[in-house]
Write a protein that binds this ligand. Structure first.
Ligand SMILES: Cc1ncc(COP(=O)(O)O)c(C=O)c1O
Length: 364
């Protein structure tokens, strides 16, 4: 379906071509002198480090963690850049992609003045981060079939709309948006478009990471918490043009990703093929789960999914949710969320976990 996106020309005469990053960034951030550690200022091989008030005697553990970690996560960025068509200086590594979301507010949004646009139903942290940063939220709900509503987006934007969040595949609906549709937004909007690709590894759509070379107002988020199975480490990524990443580096806390997390991610890189196998397995389990869920009379609809979860419309989400809790099975009740009345969001588990879920549901 061809979609024509017309944004108010008064504000966005030629979209991203007219993009002025410096103007978009908050003045205090533009003028910020970032924290600079002595180690950042030194390059080469030092004999001893007596600059950072670390404990030179070591740690009460088999392995030492007494030194501050690499503030720039250089090894991780080099590896990830090698897998994509981007340079290491186009990557921010954060304490989960949630850190990147928060930093975007801090870099771009003036509290009580600016606003951001979200397309509900979508990931809840955009709104929470907005509230924490005292930034107004504007909503352009998805259409009934969970598509982007370009008319509503156009109407919701004004000259103070700094960020536009598009989650693809979207949480909690599970569907991806076509690349061409997202790029239409990127081309038309003079603020920052954030494409949250937390679930991209399970999707039929391709990542937009390499498009950060073409669009200076595009930020793509990814995470190690889903397909990589490393949620406990808290490591997420933002990809963007070098200009935006420079501001991420200015604003972040100096040592935002721990030594142990950096080490473990680098170790996981050695087992990338295992990640690919797991993704294939999750996708295959997802299909089996969908087919079995379809047979229950209380299941009204299962939405198409490109993620590692399914959104299931039921006859009575609250009572099924409570029943499953009594069975010690926790799913996500989304029935109070826009356009999701009666819906439960169910993560695809291992074959055994899925079977336990189905067995419990058979008792209903
Ligand atoms: C769409 C989306 N983005 C981001 C995140 C947060 O990921 P992270 O664990 O990297 O902070 C989640 C977590 O559920 C998510 O669903």
């Amino acid at each position: 379906m061809a979609v024509v996106l017309l944004l108010p020309t008064a504000y966005y005469p030629i979209g991203f071509m007219n993009f002025d990053l410096e103007k978009l960034v908050r003045e205090n951030v533009r003028n910020l002198t970032p924290y600079s550690s002595a180690r950042k200022e030194f390059s080469g091989a030092a004999q001893i480090f007596l600059d950072a008030n670390e404990n030179s005697f070591g740690s009460p553990l088999p392995e030492n963690f007494n030194r501050y970690p690499d503030p720039q996560q250089t090894a991780i960025k080099e590896k990830i850049a090698g897998w994509n068509d981007v340079k290491p200086n186009q990557i921010f590594v954060g304490n989960g992609s949630d850190e990147a979301i928060d930093l975007l507010f801090r870099i771009f949004c003036r509290p009580q003045i600016d606003n951001v646009l979200i397309c509900p139903p979508t990931y809840g942290m955009y709104e929470v981060s907005a509230e924490i940063n005292d930034v107004k939220i504007r909503r352009a709900n998805l259409t009934e079939d969970f598509g982007l509503d370009f008319e509503a987006i156009k109407n919701a934007i004004d000259e103070n709309t700094k960020l536009l969040f598009v989650c693809s595949p979207n949480n909690p609906t599970g569907n991806s948006f076509a690349q061409a549709e997202i790029l239409k937004l990127v081309k038309s909007f003079q603020g920052i478009v954030i494409v949250d690709e937390a679930y991209i590894h399970f999707s039929r759509e391709k990542s937009l990471v390499n498009e950060t070379n073409n669009f200076p107002n595009l930020v793509v988020l990814q995470t190690f918490s889903k397909a990589w199975g490393l949620a406990g480490l808290r490591v997420g990524l933002a990809f963007a043009g070098e200009g935006i990443i420079k501001f991420f580096n200015r604003v972040k806390s100096p040592y935002n990703v721990s030594q142990i997390a950096q080490q473990a991610v680098l170790q996981a890189f050695e087992n990338k093929s295992q990640v690919e196998e797991t993704i294939a397995e999750i996708i295959s389990e997802r299909q089996k789960l969908v087919e079995k869920l379809r047979k229950f009379s209380f299941v009204k609809r299962i939405y198409p999914t490109d993620a590692n979860f399914v959104l299931v419309k039921t006859a009575d989400a609250d009572s099924i949710y409570k029943f499953l809790l009594d069975e010690k099975i926790v799913v996500r009740n989304r029935s109070n969320v826009e356009l999701c009345a009666g819906c439960l969001r169910i993560t695809v588990g291992t074959p055994d976990e899925n079977e336990l879920l189905l067995n419990s549901l058979r008792k209903l």
